[in-house]
Design a binder for this molecule. Structure first.
Ligand code: GLV
Length: 320
């Protein structure tokens, strides 16, 4: 039996599969584990099943010990893990692609609708019991039909978001390292553009790229200044892809029309400037937050960890 450390609460199915085969030490509180407790808990672990809120770095790998074989993130994004530090020590890293694609694309589409149709703002009026009445010019938003959705990072989630937006009558444009395969692009009638062209021509710009040093502040002062003043920015990827202070400044200066954010640069902190703005829709990292999706994520993470402990190839390796 190997020692498997699970760094936060995960759905029962995945946890039970780990417990059926190994000695599992799981953090069971609803509150996130502190760094000190985490460093103690991982000592002697053969496998770690981690949440995106835990930083898996050299210090933690050392605290765990040389027997550590794997880190299985219960997330598709793995920017919380220092992958080169894992590779140096021969620790395999896995993630959970695929199962959260639809749930996250739903949230991206919801944010597109919420921001362009001012739904957060409208709900606040009702909840505050502010006086209101139907009016010809009251709280007008932007219709999506015939507008361009620009997708930055056309992977699985970007494609799933584009499919939804197409059903709403939007035209799809995208940027990515290389153009999509012809049949996918044809199906979506999606236009490949440079990042600059995409930023300048989109009515809604939606971010779906992974976070890495290369995408840190990919959207900053310069990019925001080049967006249309009528355009909206949507981020369901990772907070630090956007320079949050530059975003607040651009919104205050009317450089863009609005923003929909599921993720924040210094999560769970939110830039106070955003809180004052009615044209900022802000939700607390809910991309994969459905019962079914979270169960599937835990199950995949368990599959990955169990495969590695059994000396087999894990299905979702991000290390080579
Ligand atoms: C969620 O943000 C994930 O990366 O799975």
């Amino acid at each position: 039996m190997a020692k498997v450390v699970v760094t936060g609460k995960i759905p029962a199915g995945g946890l039970a599969r780990l417990k059926a085969e190994h000695d599992v030490l799981a953090w069971e509180s609803d509150e996130a584990i502190s760094r000190t407790e985490l460093l103690q808990m991982v000592s002697g672990a053969d496998a770690i099943v981690s949440l995106l809120t835990e930083k898996i770095d050299g210090e933690l790998l050392t605290a765990s010990g040389p027997q550590l074989k794997s880190v299985s993130n219960v997330a598709v994004g793995y920017n919380n893990i220092d992958v080169p530090a894992c590779e140096e020590r021969g620790v395999l890293v896995t993630n959970t692609p695929g199962v959260l694609t639809e749930a996250t694309a739903d949230i991206a589409m919801a944010l597109i609708l919420m921001s362009t149709r001012r739904l957060g703002e409208g709900e606040r009026v009702i909840r505050a019991q502010d006086p209101w009445q139907w009016g010809m010019f009251y709280m007008l938003g932007m219709g999506l039909q015939g507008r361009q959705l620009g997708i930055v990072g056309m992977g699985q989630i970007g494609i799933a978001t584009a499919r939804r937006a197409k059903a709403f009558g939007m035209n799809i444009a995208y940027t990515r390292r290389s153009p999509l395969e012809v049949d996918v692009a044809k199906d979506l009638d999606a236009k490949f553009m440079s990042m600059d062209e995409l930023i300048e021509s989109s009515d809604v710009l939606s971010l779906h790229c992974p976070y890495s040093p290369a995408t840190h502040h990919l959207i900053s002062e310069n990019q925001l200044a080049r967006m249309k003043p009528t355009a909206y920015l949507i981020n369901t990827a990772r907070g630090p892809i956007v320079d949050e202070q530059a975003l607040v400044d651009a919104l205050k200066a009317g450089q863009i029309a609005g923003v929909g954010l599921d993720v924040f640069e210094h999560e769970p902190k939110v830039n106070p400037g955003l809180l004052e703005l009615d044209n900022a829709v802000l939700i607390p990292h809910l991309g994969s937050a459905t019962v079914e999706t979270r169960a599937a994520m835990a199950d995949i993470a368990a599959t990955n960890a169990l495969a590695i402990l059994a000396g087999k190839t894990a299905p979702n390796l991000v290390t080579s």
